[in-house]
Ligand binder design. Structure first.
Ligand SMILES: [Zn+2]
Ligand SMILES: [Zn+2]
Length: 191
């Protein structure tokens, strides 16, 4: 399986934002992904994943759908993106979720999803900030993709630090610490 990352847009998103994310991911995952493509999911998020009482989407269930697509299409890693608000059974909201593969070096298709909803300053009734938004998007994307490459949460100055709130996201750097980067490269880097 080619070591490609497929970015799946689950609903219409501004092209420039996704292209910037693609550029930021190419830099950060140099030597890990051979290629990064953007595709649209024509079906979007399935209605069954919507919880009308919460007005949110169930991230774990969307992840299951992405896993199915990933395996069927033989995508190495999938990053699904939505502007809808996400939750899980355990958490009132999540910036994103991901599968963490077993400690196997055998390539397999693994998926992650992030939501733009709570990365926007407008969500917190503050004025729009494109630079800050781009920074948050790459951090959340890198964090969830780190999980898909076997990383757990990290306490170093590292993008793998857990974010409970948006301030946590803003405080961590948009890069992996040496320890996490070495783990990824050792287990999943391009040979
Ligand atoms: Zn995490
Ligand atoms: Zn780390």
């Amino acid at each position: 399986m080619k070591k490609e990352l497929i970015i799946i847009k689950l609903n219409p998103l501004i092209a420039e934002i996704i292209e910037n994310l693609q550029l930021d991911l190419i830099k950060l995952f140099n030597g890990i992904f051979e290629d990064i493509h953007i595709i649209e999911n024509s079906k979007g998020i399935l209605k069954k994943n919507y919880n009308e009482h919460r007005n949110q989407y169930n991230a774990s269930r969307i992840l299951d759908d992405m896993k199915e697509i990933g395996i069927k299409e033989e995508y190495y890693r999938v990053l699904a993106i939505t502007s809808e608000d996400l939750y899980t059974e355990r958490l009132n909201f999540v910036f994103g979720v991901a599968f963490i593969p077993s400690q196997s070096i055998i390539p397999e298709s693994v998926s992650a999803i992030i939501s733009f909803k709570r990365l926007k300053e407008e969500f917190y009734n503050l004025s729009k900030d494109d630079v800050l938004f781009r920074d948050r998007v790459i951090k959340e994307a890198a964090h969830e993709l780190g999980h898909t490459l076997g990383l757990k949460h990290c306490i170093n100055e590292c993008v793998m630090r857990f974010s409970n709130f948006i301030d946590d996201t803003d405080e961590k750097p948009a890069r992996f610490c040496d320890s996490c980067l070495n783990k990824i490269k050792k287990n999943y880097g391009l040979g």
